[in-house]
Design a protein around this ligand. Structure first.
Ligand code: G3H
Ligand code: 13P
Ligand code: ZN
Length: 331
């Protein structure tokens, strides 16, 4: 091999397996401690391209909020490892920014190990569809590997409903059984627990406006796990103004309804210190692109409509950090 190429290959391999501190990332341990103590939630926003990543980081910067950058397995596949890690490196994050890079809904030990080896600072093992014993076994295996690399681990008990992603089992849901949570956390050693109390993935979360989350279950869990970080998935607010714009400019989304702000704020007072949002940014992206293309029919420069999408998503993140998470100025 040419000497120059060999040196490049060595540098490349070294960079590929750099750990998260080298990207300026942090794990979620200190974030969650502070969030529980001060009763707010750290937002976990999903990203899958440059525009979504940049919008989230910009919002974190504007609001001085810690943020968790969430990447699903399918988003990882979409971006490819090298582009994903290249973008994270290019974002020039500093440890003082309090940014974590998190694998969202890892479905196997291998998926979690791969993310950890790439430089993720936090992983979720989602074995919630398995039996309690199998869920414990797999979550424990991931937590042990993650902890060797100082990476935080989230696991899930209970099943979320949802029909618009690959991470939930259709319309079936089952609330988390509070009687299982202590055994699960003690047996697995995980650092945070995602629970099912009535949220669901996608844009169709409720059939009525007055539908409440199961705060009785949340209170029971929080009492059994004092000071332990809890996580809400499927917690998008589904702003109706975005749905209206989408439909006004040619979209067809009906019956979309999210979790209301007041209920999410209430959950942050009960040890929920991570709130996951993906659908709201998807709606914002789509609304901005549809509007821009429709209002500028002669335009065919993607940078124009993608800029509109990026600005809209930044604003959504800023709004939710302030009105839902309570994480503004918490760096
Ligand atoms: O709950 C997960 C997110 O909504 C990610 O969905 O797998 O389609 O990227 P995705
Ligand atoms: P939403 O579909 O409510 O945005 O949920 C996102 C999520 O839970 C990602 O893990
Ligand atoms: Zn989720």
């Amino acid at each position: 091999m040419d000497k120059k190429i060999k040196i490049y290959a060595i540098i490349y391999e070294k960079e590929k397996f750099m750990k998260y501190t080298e990207f300026g990332l942090v794990n979620t341990t200190d974030m969650f401690c502070d969030a529980i103590r001060n009763k707010y939630a750290v937002p976990a926003f999903n990203f899958y391209n440059m525009e979504t990543l940049d919008a989230i980081l910009k919002a974190a910067h504007i609001t001085h909020s810690p943020v968790i950058l969430a990447v699903s397995e399918s988003a990882m596949k979409y971006m490819g490892d090298d582009i994903l890690i290249g973008m994270i490196r290019g974002a020039q994050i500093s440890t003082s920014d309090k940014i974590a890079l998190h694998l969202d809904h890892g479905h196997s030990f291998d998926a979690c190990r791969h993310a950890i080896d790439l430089g993720f600072s936090s992983v979720m093992i989602d074995a919630s569809h398995l039996s309690l014993d199998e869920n414990i076994k797999l979550s424990k295996q991931v937590a042990e590997y993650a902890h060797k690399h100082n990476v935080s681990t989230e696991a899930e008990l209970g099943l979320l409903a949802g029909t618009e992603d690959e991470n939930t089992s259709g319309t079936q849901s089952s609330f988390t059984n509070p009687a299982d949570v202590e055994t699960f956390v003690n047996a697995t050693g995980v650092d945070s627990l995602a629970i099912a109390i009535g949220t669901s993935h996608g844009a169709h979360k409720r059939t009525r406006n007055d539908q409440e989350l199961r705060f009785d279950i949340l209170a029971d869990i929080a009492q059994r796990l004092p000071g332990f970080p809890l996580v809400l998935h499927g917690a998008s607010n589904i702003p109706q103004k975005l749905v209206t714009i989408i439909n006004e400019f040619g979209g067809k989304i009906s019956g979309a309804r999210g979790i209301d702000t007041v209920q999410l704020r209430r959950a942050t007072n009960m040890n929920v210190c991570k709130i996951n949002v993906d659908s709201d940014l998807r709606l914002g992206f789509t609304a901005a692109v549809r509007k821009s293309l429709s209002e500028n029919p002669t335009n065919f420069n993607p940078r124009d409509f993608l800029s509109a999408a990026r600005t809209t998503m930044t604003q959504i993140c800023v709004d939710e950090i302030k009105s839902i998470m309570g994480s503004e100025n918490k760096i």
